[in-house]
Design a protein. Sequence first.
Length: 365
Amino acid sequence: MTELYAFENGHKRLRDSIEASIADWRTPIPSELKQGFLEFQYQNNLKFIQLMNLVGFTMFLLYGLADWFLLGDVGQISILVRCVLYVTLLPATLWFIRQSHDVGLLELLLPASTVVGTIFWFELLLRAQSQHIGSYIYAGIIFVVFPSLGIRTWFSAALGYVAFISAVILLYAFKLSGAEGMAWKVYQLALLPFVLISLFIAWHNTYTSRRMFLSTVIEGLTKEELKRANLQLITQSQTDFLTGLPNRYLLSDRVQQLIAKANRDNTRFAVIYVDLDRFKPINDTYGHAVGDALLSDAAARMVQCVRESDTVARIGGDEFVVLLPMIEDDQHAKLVAEKIRDALNQAVRLGNPWVDFDGSMVQRV
């Protein structure tokens, strides 16, 4: 009972913590579940991370076509560099994703690659001589949004990335705008909604992932609690609530099994009936609490006298039955009966009075 109480209390505290984390996104995941959350994220997002990096590198490569059309003088350099980076860095990135199990680190691969690609692209724009640069720089806004789609574990990572890439983009936009202050202000206004959208997407993704994980944990706790409850009900229906011994129903089932085995394998078993003498006067004189303690002590003594394969059952009141399977002869049952009698004849201290009791046993073989 103590173990069950501790189990139920532990589950209740954990469930309360999980429900608090689900209800309020600002409440952190319980510390004992953080490692499980990372494993959950890794198992559920590995293929998604691979896909996001593949799409990201492909977009990086396709931007070279736009560079070729719009930045004529540096377009060929752009395509060449992008092709080299695509065939070298993409396989290395996918290999690293398969090797590493740190999902937080894996989710930062695409943002890191995007930062490098963004700087490369803006450096091309600074060196290009094209009339389309003023409008083409707005294509850089996608660098804020797309990598945020792949961050599903820690919102802080998305927050840091969006802040950093926004600063990089604004810095280069300022350099490209030159003295045209109005163009610089317009670009800031155009970038701001996408920054907010990116942060919202990242927050929604991380919160949804956390909620899915915590809901899975609660579902697991519920199943385990139901399993424990069912096991407890089965145990209660087959055991005596006072002594914890098998009751008459479980005893009857085991007797039936022993009879079937004896008939099938030509083996023998013994049944010893135990009745505690003078139990009723003791129970009436000292009360039910002393009587219950006396029965529990008698049950414990009898269990110590038999093998683990034997059964000691309480069938009611002060009556017990001992099953001895697989005995060689009657003498074995007699020795066990005498051992139980001697154990029950020992005095037991129950409260202030010394209470002596003995058992009268009838052997049935």
